[in-house]
Design a protein around this ligand. Sequence first.
Ligand SMILES: [Fe+2]
Ligand SMILES: [Fe+2]
Length: 228
Amino acid sequence: MALYVIGDTHLSLGSDKPMDVFGGGWEGYVEKLSAGFQAVEPQDTVVLCGDLSWGMSLEQARPDFAFLDALPGRKLLLKGNHDYWWTTASKMNAFFAENGFTTLHILHNNCYFYRETALCGTRGWFYEEEQSGHNEKVFRRELIRLEASLKAAGEHEKLCFLHYPPCYQGYTCPEILELMERYGVKACYYGHLHGGSHRLAFNGRRGGIEYRLVSADYLGFRPQIICE
Ligand SMILES: [Fe+2]
Ligand SMILES: [Fe+2]
């Protein structure tokens, strides 16, 4: 049994936005993901850190969910800024059940457990959101979601998964860092950064928390193992 993480699969099997056009690492990315998941066993858990599908609705994203569901392991899905198909947890869970996508689970206002470790998370907040007009209500809601997830973990050791990087070269989100530090989060994994932005990512220790970028193109489309 092992725990893995990867973000930003950006699948487009039911819509018309294949990432291959970006060339470089993205060429053949769906096949690379399939190959990258070969190390994962059915009893393993993989946290998917958002930007999962370009589908504009659950229906349009269905082939992407079918692809993810067919990959080995239990997958915990987090929302990214491009997951336009995201709706209420009850609608998503009902859709997964109707389609027999038994390995897909929504990480939203809740937490899951891997052995004794709690897996917490939410989409997070990034300076790009501020540039497009700081929306205090959306920001506060993200903090509430993160705290709800951390609270659900109780006294268990906590890992935190975000889509947006909470710290980045020249940027930090102090409210999110404070929450994670207050709840004793051990490590934080995030995605969202691609291509040239990789070099601006923060990978390392800060305030007692270990930070790691895990976007798919950064990882070479192979889920990163966290622990066994
Ligand atoms: Fe992304
Ligand atoms: Fe993103």
